[in-house]
Design a binder for this molecule. Structure first.
Ligand SMILES: [Fe+2]
Length: 309
């Protein structure tokens, strides 16, 4: 079969497949937990041709060859502890090299924003209404920048403790993976100051809570299941004995009073004022978001424009 024919099949299959079971119990699970706390869900993405390793290798080649996407993906090699941090790209190795040695190496490969490739853009386009139906939330309306990212990692490899600002569905495609998730609303896990620094871009690495090595939620991911990870809920992961492939579908929330309040509070605190924590007064959070929060967004957008982002 030619590469062009295989690629056509990868794309065509997206328009007919139902990617997430829609039984009443699935919908009840999503509606009860979505954007509140982690939960395990079912999916059929592991059967999709676009997510098989040969197709992902071809996608990595396309992403590397396209000037618009080259350099966005990341790869590294090593044996980090759960309390370590992400490493640098090894010199003299390409993304495709890292994928080709994934089985024997200690590699961590992330095909970032793979939906900028047409095959995966189509899959993500099909996924959003299915997730929206399950959660009874119009995800395309409430969130922006829907993103698909693929993680391909070597046997036994650890993904260190970190958190993300996006709401995230992580679906397992190949191999197994242990996921440990921490409650981002627990002040023993994340303090108000941590969140203020995170939302103002001043918290690259969060402190790992040594007294709680396995978090508040523990899951075993295997092909056909996945975990919902709410925004700012920290986590770390460890692969089983095989290569792991996981698909992340993540979404940024549109205007959010809690984020606007956290940003405002960082500068109030720097001015010597002890601010009221986000959530304590929703009206005050909204006022902070509508004033300083919007100023912050405008300043950030102007700075990004100056940097040519
Ligand atoms: Fe993450």
């Amino acid at each position: 079969m030619s590469l062009a024919t295989e690629e056509t099949q990868e794309r065509r299959s997206t328009s007919t497949a139902t990617l997430f079971p829609q039984e009443p119990a699935d919908g009840a699970l999503f509606r009860k937990n979505f954007d509140r706390q982690p939960f395990l869900f079912r999916h059929l993405l592991d059967r999709h041709p676009a997510f098989q390793l040969p197709a992902l290798l071809r996608a990595a080649e396309r992403l590397s060859a396209n000037p618009a996407t080259a350099g966005k993906s990341h790869f590294e090699s090593g044996t980090p502890d759960r309390n370590a941090w992400f490493g640098d790209r090894p010199a003299g190795t390409t993304l495709v090299d890292a994928l080709e040695s994934i089985e024997s190496g200690k590699n961590w490969v992330i095909l970032k924003r793979i939906h900028e490739d047409p095959t995966y853009r189509d899959v993500l386009h099909d996924i959003i209404p299915e997730l929206s139906a399950l959660a009874a939330v119009d995800i395309a309306d409430v969130y922006y920048d829907p993103t698909m990212t693929i993680f391909i990692t070597s046997p036994g490899r650890i993904t260190p403790y970190h958190m993300d600002g996006e709401t995230n569905f992580l679906a397992q495609i190949h191999g197994t993976k242990q996921v440990y998730i921490y409650d981002g609303n627990d002040k023993g896990v994340l303090s108000d100051e941590d969140l203020e620094r995170y939302w103002t871009g001043k918290l690259p690495k969060i402190d790992y809570p040594e007294s709680m090595p396995h978090g508040q939620w523990q899951y075993t991911l295997e092909p056909g299941n996945g975990v919902f990870n709410p925004a700012i809920f920290p986590h770390w992961l460890q692969n089983g004995a095989d290569v792991s492939v996981s698909v992340s579908m993540n979404f940024k929330r549109k205007r959010n009073a809690v984020i606007g309040a956290a940003r405002t509070n960082r500068y109030l605190r720097m001015a010597g004022i002890k601010p009221k924590a986000p959530g304590a007064s929703p009206a005050l959070d909204r006022a902070k978001e509508a004033t300083f929060g919007r100023l912050y967004d405008a300043a950030y957008a102007a700075a990004a424009k100056l940097k040519g982002k």
